[in-house]
Design a protein around this ligand. Structure first.
Ligand SMILES: [Zn+2]
Length: 181
């Protein structure tokens, strides 16, 4: 059975003339396929028309975007702070460990000098690293940021610790040489 032009007539919302209307009615009497099509098309149209369309209030999208940006910035700031505290604590622990190991070998003054020097060096490098991390972190997902932060601070503290040990060994060597002389 040929379903054209009836399928087109059913789907198109164009008005039919009297002859077309009669032809369509006759075809629909005989053709279950086109009858089903007409019925489902009418149902679909009715559903589309009666579906409540919720329009967002004017400015909603803009406000939402703005608050999202604010939330992201606040989140980034809080994560940077956490990262800074985390790095700071690990570095402090490394310095204290280094201090405790080195303490019997070094005088109080050289201890203080090396502590201050270490602190300034570390603070300066941590500051520049944090600035770099912040710019990188802003383009990462929260989980990636935390993982990167933990990874980076671990590397920094290991590096600080190894560096501390090296300085301590060098200073011990110096003390020994001084004692031998
Ligand atoms: Zn048909």
């Amino acid at each position: 059975m040929n379903h054209q032009p009836f399928e087109t007539w059913i789907i198109d919302d164009l008005p039919l003339d009297k002859q077309q209307q009669t032809e369509l009615e006759e075809h629909l009497r005989d053709c279950q396929s086109c009858k089903t099509l007409q019925l489902s098309w009418e149902t679909a149209k009715h559903k589309i028309k009666s579906a409540p369309v919720k329009q967002p209030s004017p400015g909603f999208s803009m406000r939402w975007q703005a608050s999202l940006k604010e939330r992201r910035e606040a989140e980034a700031r809080s994560q940077s702070r956490t990262l800074f505290i985390w790095i700071g604590s690990l570095v402090a622990v490394s310095i204290i460990t280094f201090g405790v190991i080195a303490l019997p070998e070094l005088s109080f003054i050289s201890m203080v000098i090396s502590f201050v020097t270490t602190l300034i060096t570390v603070t300066t490098s941590v500051e520049s690293i944090v600035a770099l991390v912040e710019s990188v972190a802003n383009s990462l997902s929260p989980t990636a940021r935390i993982l990167a932060g933990i990874g980076l601070s671990t590397v920094i503290s290991v590096f600080t610790f190894v560096w501390g040990i090296t300085v301590w060994r060098m200073s011990r060597k110096g003390v020994k040489q001084y004692e031998e002389d």
